[in-house]
Design a protein around this ligand. Structure first.
Ligand code: GLC
Length: 573
């Protein structure tokens, strides 16, 4: 198909050219974006904090015991800021070490410089960050701005008081969403967000073109199901961090949210509230046996639903209907996930003793899981104290692997109950060698080997055992771990992991991933200067120093998951 492009003069004033069909929103796209870029609306960057957040940041200074039960551990002791040395550090990071009581780690400055080098401009304005700045290996699509990769960069900029790039990115991608997308002769759903985009410069015509990929160019033609969810989550993070509600309230953004919701809330043959996906639909964007109902997508889906609920305005019947469907889905989804994806020693023992072939509503073993399908490793892996959301649940199939991203997002979105959040933390602590080792963090555990690797990955040479997606260690995940740890009241776990990461990341030139059971080796095909490894580290550091940043990426538990969940009028959600 013809690539999906947005053409435009690089100075933003000459005639605009477009290829193929020209959806009306594209008209709004260029003019509106230029208008916004030329005359930025006043952004109130005074942070609006909820009571919980206020007390949170106060606690970080006073190190006083937590006042909220939510931050208690399972043994009911309050560990919220135990051993937390970081102190509130207002102000922007400009690259020079700040004076005072907090001395940043020496690699923080290098990280900021590397992050700024990765900026991608469109008509003179930053709109994203490149996936990796590594000239030593083949670019493939690492020269693009990936939606999922940009999230930690965006958070770093928001935390540093630089929201404009995030706003530009959100606008650019929402306009790309409304482009007509095709794979061969097949037209994709309206709401699909791109996996990535790239800015092409034409020095002769003095134009810049945005070339987006919705999966139609991606290796394996994988669907970026997570992109739309990250977009909504980031829009809420921007709103929460800046207090600027005007962006989310723009008709284009409201429509963008509704289109994503329409895609994932459409009725079909489903018997479960979880979202059915093909393999490679998320961060793990190659065949890895994550098709079906992968935890990463379910957790992001849940979080995006909750964020959409906070962002949608009840000012037309389309939105009203969308909100009602979201509320219903949230109830069913949280029930399903908390009941069927959760695994701890008791649940494992129950499955081990399951009877099979149970028919009708009285069935205990609802999905007809055959106990013999339980992998041997899970019996050793499961600690007496602790638990996690498993990788996948579908008929007669439970994928018992641990996936880091899904579990962290489950904590951040409060899909996990406070008890489950504590249990996930307990698991990480007691399986430190396996899940953190020498470089945080394992993307999944354990790796598939020999026959299983051949069958499940299709003999993928990039996903050999303990490499890349198949049990490799990804530094980017440290920001998610840190956020989840702070939320669960266990920041000392994150602190330990960050110290491990910072002992090597700069020296190794910010690799994309590490290989080996303990993550001791720089990944076989890992790119250097991988932007989300850099940004992930910075976000983790900034959150640990100032835990009030957590608010932009975390949602408090909805008290009773009541159907009457409403958008807060004050936006102090
Ligand atoms: C790899 C990762 C994917 C990431 C992309 C760009 O394909 O699997 O998650 O978005 O690289 O960094």
């Amino acid at each position: 198909m013809a690539p999906s492009t947005v053409d435009g003069p690089s100075n933003g004033s000459a005639k605009k050219e477009e290829e193929g069909t020209a959806p009306s929103l594209f008209e709004i796209d260029d003019s509106d974006l230029s208008r916004l870029l030329e005359k930025p609306r006043p952004v109130n960057i005074e942070r609006k904090r909820s009571f919980d957040e206020r007390s949170f940041s106060e606690m970080s200074i006073n190190i006083s015991p937590p006042r909220n039960n939510f931050y208690r551990t399972s043994d009911n002791s309050s560990r919220v800021f135990e051993n937390l040395e970081g102190v509130y550090s207002p102000g922007r990071w400009t690259g020079t070490p700040r004076s005072g009581y907090f001395e940043p780690h020496p690699i923080v400055g290098d990280a900021w410089e590397a992050l700024r080098r990765s900026l991608v401009n469109f008509r003179g304005q930053p709109v994203g960050t490149i996936a990796a700045l590594d000239n030593s290996s083949e670019e493939l699509n690492y020269d693009q701005v990936f939606v999922r990769d940009f999230v930690p960069s965006a958070l770093a900029f928001l935390m540093n008081g630089e929201p404009e790039i995030v706003k530009n990115f959100l606008l650019k991608t929402v306009f790309l969403q409304s482009r007509e997308k095709k794979v061969d002769k097949f037209k994709l759903g309206e709401g699909v967000m791109p996996a990535s985009f790239k800015v092409l410069h034409d020095p002769v015509r003095n134009t810049e073109t945005i070339l987006a990929d919705y999966g139609e160019s991606a290796i394996g033609r994988v669907a970026p199901v997570d992109s739309g969810f990250w977009w909504i989550i980031l829009l809420r993070a921007y709103t929460k961090s800046t207090g600027d509600t005007t962006l989310a309230e723009m008709p284009e953004c409201q429509r963008g949210i509704r289109l994503i919701m329409t895609l994932c809330l459409s009725e079909g043959f489903d018997t479960f509230p979880t979202l059915l996906c093909a393999d490679g639909c998320c961060m793990i964007d190659r065949r890895m046996g994550v098709y079906g109902y992968p935890i990463e997508i379910q957790a992001l889906f849940f979080m995006a639903l909750r964020c959409a609920l906070l962002l949608l305005k009840r000012d037309n019947c389309e939105s009203d209907e969308c909100i009602d469907r979201i509320v219903k889905r949230l109830h069913a989804l949280s029930y399903h996930m908390r009941s069927y994806f959760w695994l701890d020693i008791k649940q494992l023992n129950d499955i081990y003793r399951y009877k099979t072939e149970e028919y009708s509503h009285t069935a205990v073993n609802k999905f007809n899981v055959i106990p013999d399908s339980l992998p041997e490793w899970v019996f050793d892996f499961m600690p007496t104290r602790g638990g996690y959301f498993i990788g996948n649940v579908s008929p007669a199939k439970m994928d018992f692997r641990w996936f880091c991203l899904g579990n962290c997002v489950a904590i951040l979105s409060s899909l996990a109950t406070p008890e489950q959040s504590c249990a996930i933390m307990d698991l990480i602590e007691s399986r430190w060698q396996e899940l953190v080792g020498e470089m945080p963090l394992k993307i999944c555990y354990p790796a598939m080997e020999s026959h299983e690797w051949r069958i499940v990955t299709g003999c993928d040479p990039k996903n050999t055992s303990w490499s890349y997606h198949n049990g490799g260690s990804w530094p980017v995940l440290i920001w998610l771990l840190t956020a989840a740890c702070i939320k669960a009241g266990r920041p000392q776990i994150a602190k330990r992991a960050i110290e491990l990461a910072e002992s090597r990341l700069l020296m190794d030139q910010w690799p994309e991933y590490y290989d080996g059971k303990l993550g001791r080796f720089i990944g076989k095909q890992a790119r250097k200067n991988q932007t989300w490894s850099i940004a992930g580290y910075l976000v983790a550091k900034m959150m640990l120093e100032d835990p009030s940043h957590l608010g932009m990426i975390s949602l408090e538990e909805d008290r009773q998951m009541k159907p009457q969940m409403r958008r807060s009028a004050s936006w102090a959600f």
